[in-house]
Design a protein around this ligand. Sequence first.
Ligand code: XIL
Length: 322
Amino acid sequence: NTGNLKTAATTFSVGMITRASFINGGGQHTEILKDEFNNLTSEYEMKMNVMYPSQGNYDFSAGDVIVNFAQANNMDVHGHALIWHNATPSWVENFAGTDAEFEAMIEDYITTTVNHFKGKVRSWDVVNEALEDGTGHPLRNSVFRQKMGDDYIKKCFQFARNADPDAILFYNDYNMASSPTKRAAMFALVDDLGDLIDGVGAQMHISYNGPSAANIQAVADGTVSRGLKLHFAELDIRTNPEGDSSVSSLSSDKANSQKAKFKEVVEIYNAIPLDNKFALTVWGLRDNESWLIDFWGVPDWPLLYDENYNRKPAYDGFIEAL
Ligand code: XIL
């Protein structure tokens, strides 16, 4: 297949993240967004710490920039993420009030936010990364769990459902392929949500050498067997999981392994039934923009484009899978 990503992917949306500054900056960045992708996610400006910086004071301005660009260019917007322990404003972490007041505040936040974007944001990650990595209790002991109880996730989904019954509601988390234990915990959580949830977002922060195709397939199979939509979210493929700080460029070996892995992921996604399809979202446009570089503190080239906006072999792997 040739052409661009969104045309090659005839049965699902191809998503990309962006920032208000990229949209305002225009140029090659927005040209590629328009040409290649048909679903947009805000990288960090539709998280609670940005949208709700202090009590009673909402700020949707950055999200609006992204949403307006998407609307003008016939792209869907995926809302990411209403509740995430890692993007909680400090006034919420240190909430001054009773548990009942906390819950009422969260209901107001979800209702106000979903209402603001109603008809413009087609889908939401309602809760992101609620599951613990290690053993012990499956749920992370976030401020939300502490104040609203173990069923806080269900409550949040209900608030979102009430606010926009047409929105497609996702639970989103990482290591779904690499950790069978966490995957099982995620499906138990999802089963408990019943009709309140429409889909599973499996963050695909993976590496050129793993997880295996069989483990990625297991995420797809578990989602499909439940009749839910699957979002292969946050796809990036590390080429330096060894953490070598001296590596200064992407070798052709690594570039080719990365290409093969992109192709594998897209092939697995493309093969699921149409009803379960939603979108496959890549977490960043150019290698030098990837969050992974700061996160791991070593060089990497995890995306489809190099820093000069050239398509990498990874891009070819994506399109060859279709
Ligand atoms: C990251 C963004 O890329 C960064 O810009 C931001 O500072 C922190 O969050 N899992 C998620 C994403 O669900 O929201 C994270 O995005 C990456 C890990």
